[in-house]
Design a protein around this ligand. Structure first.
Ligand SMILES: Cc1cc2nc3c(=O)[nH]c(=O)nc-3n(C[C@H](O)[C@H](O)[C@H](O)COP(=O)(O)OP(=O)(O)OC[C@H]3O[C@@H](n4cnc5c(N)ncnc54)[C@H](O)[C@@H]3O)c2cc1C
Length: 418
């Protein structure tokens, strides 16, 4: 079968906030042709389906609904001269720098001098969480629920359990309420909810939806439709909750298939492509941005950090775009109970101008964060607390003191907070 071949200076895969921001920065950085492709009907990524407000504070300096926020980023990118093609899915690589894709006009290949992967992250569905039971209908992730409610306008159910108590879990509660479903409880195996105190108060006190902590879902049952969820409480006792809907929220995993197919090294913590400051991956000329590399931040954080990825990619192109140059090699690792760090590679050619994001698997009060390279202490910081499923920022000023040839380790001396 004959394939059309298109040549561009920069190809961005994914038209979510991160892809659109990276494309905008590439164009503003003097890059010639910048093409963004997305498999969906419309550009804008996840926010297109989030009807609620809460988007844009840190990047657009206003608080917008998801669809309005998505529209603004699309308009910005297009105004800068970025071309966007929707209903176009990248399926693999014909050669380094040449993407294979299918779109409305068939199969095509795009040859790009630089590529930014911004394919986002998705919530782990029930099957991946290994929850036993039967396979009835009425089981969603928050993303699927939003699609169901806001896009398809389909009825959901009457009573639901929300699995998780992180930011996105509260979004699920709002969507359920919008759809006329009673959220019976949020269930988390952690000792406390992980979102903002305000969200927690609004839901627990305002909407009277309890959060069952130290509690896990031990089974989901029903014949055609869910009729029972089995929950296991702090003392190990199991009890049955009568619901017809279960929403598995959070627990994000990067959409890393294209990164793997490109042979990029994958970070063991984030499960996204390992990347240095500015999104440089282990393959020169391929950059990564957004929730693909930090699963998952809010949209404004994803977009802001992607701007610096776009700038770094534009600089790389201006400097000649040499793919034979070695990519980043040394790692930034974390020690337990830390979960992940971004950036997680050291690019000797580039110091970080963004903060370093770190996450913990457990609640920590006043942790002492220590950055070392071999026996050298590079920096130490005292944080107020660390909360699982939320990133904490530490400065990147130690980046300039790194020596080539050795990995960096970030650890904490915690006082466990429960
Ligand atoms: C339910 C929910 C509620 C949220 N609420 C808020 C909120 O109130 N405020 C806030 O700031 N943030 C919120 N977020 C987070 C926000 O949506 C994300 O931070 C943001 O969308 C991340 O942007 P991104 O560009 O990295 O990824 P995405 O928005 O996920 O975009 C990735 C894009 O890549 C495309 N893609 C993937 N693979 C391919 C491929 N092979 N070929 C072509 N295209 C591809 C996808 O179609 C998608 O459009 C919420 C998230 C969820 C799930």
């Amino acid at each position: 079968m004959s394939r059309s071949l298109v040549t561009v200076d920069a190809l961005v895969v994914g038209a979510g906030p991160a892809g659109l921001a990276a494309a905008t920065a590439l164009k503003l950085g003097g890059t010639g042709t910048v093409l963004v492709v997305d498999r969906e009907e419309e550009a804008g990524g996840i926010p297109r389906l989030c009807e609620h407000t809460g988007f844009g504070l840190r990047d657009l300096r206003r608080v917008l609904s998801g669809p309005e926020y998505a529209r603004r980023w699309v308009e910005r990118a297009v105004a800068c001269g970025v071309e966007i093609r929707t209903r176009t899915m990248v399926t693999g690589w014909a050669a380094p720098g040449r993407a294979e894709m299918t779109g409305p006009s068939g199969v095509l290949e795009i040859d790009a001098r630089t590529i930014v992967l911004a394919t986002g992250a998705r919530e782990r569905p029930r099957a991946a969480r290994l929850v036993p039971g039967t396979r009835p209908s009425g089981i969603f992730t928050t993303g699927q629920l939003q699609q169901w409610v806001h896009r398809e306008h389909l009825p959901v159910g009457r009573r639901a359990v929300v699995v998780g108590a992180e930011h996105v879990s509260y979004s699920a509660v709002m969507t359920l309420r919008h759809a006329g479903v009673h959220p019976v409880a949020l269930v988390t195996d952690l000792p406390r909810p992980q979102s903002y105190r305000l969200f927690d108060l609004l839901v627990r006190v305002g909407l009277r939806v309890p959060v069952w902590t130290r509690t896990s879902v031990a089974g989901v049952y029903g014949r055609d439709r869910v009729d029972e969820v089995l929950v296991r409480g702090p003392d190990g006792d199991e009890r049955s909750v009568a619901v017809d809907t279960v929403v598995f929220t959070g627990d994000f995993i990067p959409d890393n298939e294209l990164a793997r197919l490109a042979g990029l090294s994958i970070d063991p913590g984030t499960r996204g492509p390992a990347c240095a400051a500015g999104g440089a991956t282990t393959a020169p000329g391929i950059f990564a941005a957004g929730n693909l590399v930090h699963p998952a931040e809010t949209a404004d954080v994803a977009a802001r950090r992607a701007l610096s990825v776009g700038r770094a990619a534009a600089t790389w192109l201006r400097q000649g775009g040499d793919r034979t140059m070695p990519g980043a090699t040394e790692r930034v690792r974390v020690a337990d109970p830390l979960h992940w760090v971004v950036p997680n590679m050291v690019d000797p050619a580039r110091a970080g101008d963004e903060s370093v994001l770190i996450r913990s698997r457990v609640f920590l009060d006043h942790p002492h964060v220590v950055v070392t390279q071999g026996h050298r202490l590079l920096a130490s910081y005292r944080l107020r607390h660390m909360i699982p499923n939320r990133s904490h920022h530490i400065p990147s000023d130690w980046w300039g003191r790194l020596r080539p040839g050795q990995d960096v380790l970030i650890s904490v001396s915690p006082r466990p907070g429960g």
